[in-house]
Design a protein around this ligand. Structure first.
Ligand SMILES: NC(=O)c1ccc[n+]([C@@H]2O[C@H](COP(=O)([O-])OP(=O)(O)OC[C@H]3O[C@@H](n4cnc5c(N)ncnc54)[C@H](O)[C@@H]3O)[C@@H](O)[C@H]2O)c1
Length: 345
């Protein structure tokens, strides 16, 4: 895959928001991608900027300055959630394509504004659902499409971590204004997107129950979401900030009439993990092989896929309006915000 990019033009990228995900996953992907190059970095915090890889990238503390850089064609938005909408709208006004971290925004109206701003300017917008690019998930999508699982009756995801108040020096994830909620808005968008992609189906309903069970902060520390797809398949997502990291807590299971697929440790930011199939007739579990060439960083696959769409002038297979629909579904899944009524400890 990398080889085919060798002679083609590389899309010029800037990253806006240079914290954890940008430093550890996005910048390394842009530095490695066959059809992209990291041109500029932007963060109001100069210490965060200094910690970023990419020696050749120009570093800015102001958004206006990075958007004035003539070689920046696309922007990866990796700021805290409440800044996604204004940064994306500013990028669109400056004529830059946008790949924005999940959740695309806190409120669906903001998401719609982001999509409209990019559409009107003739620019590409996508939400960075990197997990759909994980090699195991791409393989699983093929298996579902080929009917290997038979009729998928139920899907289940457990995606959780331990996130105390002092998890980061400036822990915006527990501030309702900056994050828009807690574990649910942070972790559920991945699974909501991923199940639609794997099943090639659409949620028709989604209901959530949230809790504030362990941590003493003003957002939910866990949630269970359940819903139905157009086909009739049922899906359950369990997400949490109150799950000790040593437990198995990154699993995805698709239960079919012919086989059950189980992906362990594939949800997250890194490649690897395992994918197995259990045969319905024999009960025998087999490992689905994934080649090392395919098993690259999901962020690398993601930036190459977005860059290819821009460079080739073709739309993404996933319309951005779909991301607004998913955010609407999520925000309506639990109203009023039920964790506010839930007892804390
Ligand atoms: N896809 C994934 O697996 C994944 C993983 C982690 C985070 N995320 C998402 O990425 C985003 C960032 O998360 P993080 O963990 O890297 O956070 P972080 O706190 O580590 O980094 C955020 C950075 O944004 C900067 N920032 C704040 N306001 C800004 C502004 N107006 N303009 C430019 N920069 C600004 C901060 O100074 C900080 O350096 C969030 O939306 C989060 O949900 C996604």
């Amino acid at each position: 895959m990398e080889r085919s990019f060798q002679r083609s033009r590389r899309l010029g990228w800037a990253i806006v928001g240079c914290g954890w995900v940008a430093r550890d996953y996005v910048a390394p992907a842009l530095l490695q991608a066959g059809n992209a190059r990291l041109v500029a970095l932007c963060d109001p915090d100069s210490e965060s900027l200094a910690r970023m890889p990419g020696d050749g990238a120009v570093r800015y503390t102001r958004l206006d300055d990075v958007l004035a850089h003539p070689e920046v064609e696309a922007v990866y938005v990796a700021t805290p959630n409440h800044v996604h909408a204004p940064v994306t709208v500013a990028c669109a006004a400056a004529g830059r394509h946008v790949l924005c971290e999940k959740p695309m925004a806190i409120r669906p109206e903001e998401g719609a504004r982001m999509v409209e701003a990019c559409r009107r300017a003739g620019l590409q917008y996508a939400t960075a659902f990197d997990q759909r690019h994980h090699a195991a998930h791409r393989k699983l999508r093929t298996l579902v499409r080929e009917g290997v699982l038979g009729t998928v009756t139920q899907a289940r995801i457990h995606y959780a971590c331990w996130l105390p108040r002092d998890w980061a020096p400036r822990n915006w994830r527990i501030d309702p204004h900056q994050a828009g909620g807690g574990a649910m808005i942070d972790l559920a968008p991945h699974g909501i997107d991923l199940l639609e992609v794997l099943l090639e189906d659409e949620w028709t309903s989604l209901t959530a129950l949230m809790q504030r069970r362990v941590h003493d902060y003003p957002v939910d520390d866990g949630a269970i979401l359940m819903g139905r797809f157009r086909s009739g398949t049922l899906g359950v997502l369990q997400v949490a900030y109150n799950c000790p990291d040593n437990y198995p807590r990154r699993t995805l299971e698709l239960i079919g009439t012919r086989a059950r697929a189980l992906a362990r440790n594939t949800m997250g930011q890194t490649p690897g993990g395992t994918l197995t199939l259990t045969d319905a007739a024999t009960g025998v579990e087999t490992v689905v092989p994934i080649s090392p060439e395919e098993d690259r960083s999901p962020f690398l696959h993601q930036v190459e896929a977005f860059s290819a769409c821009v460079l080739e002038g073709r739309p993404s297979p996933f319309a951005p309006e779909r991301d607004v629909r998913l955010l609407t579904l999520l925000s309506q899944a639990c109203e009023p915000r039920s964790w506010e009524d839930a007892p804390c400890r």
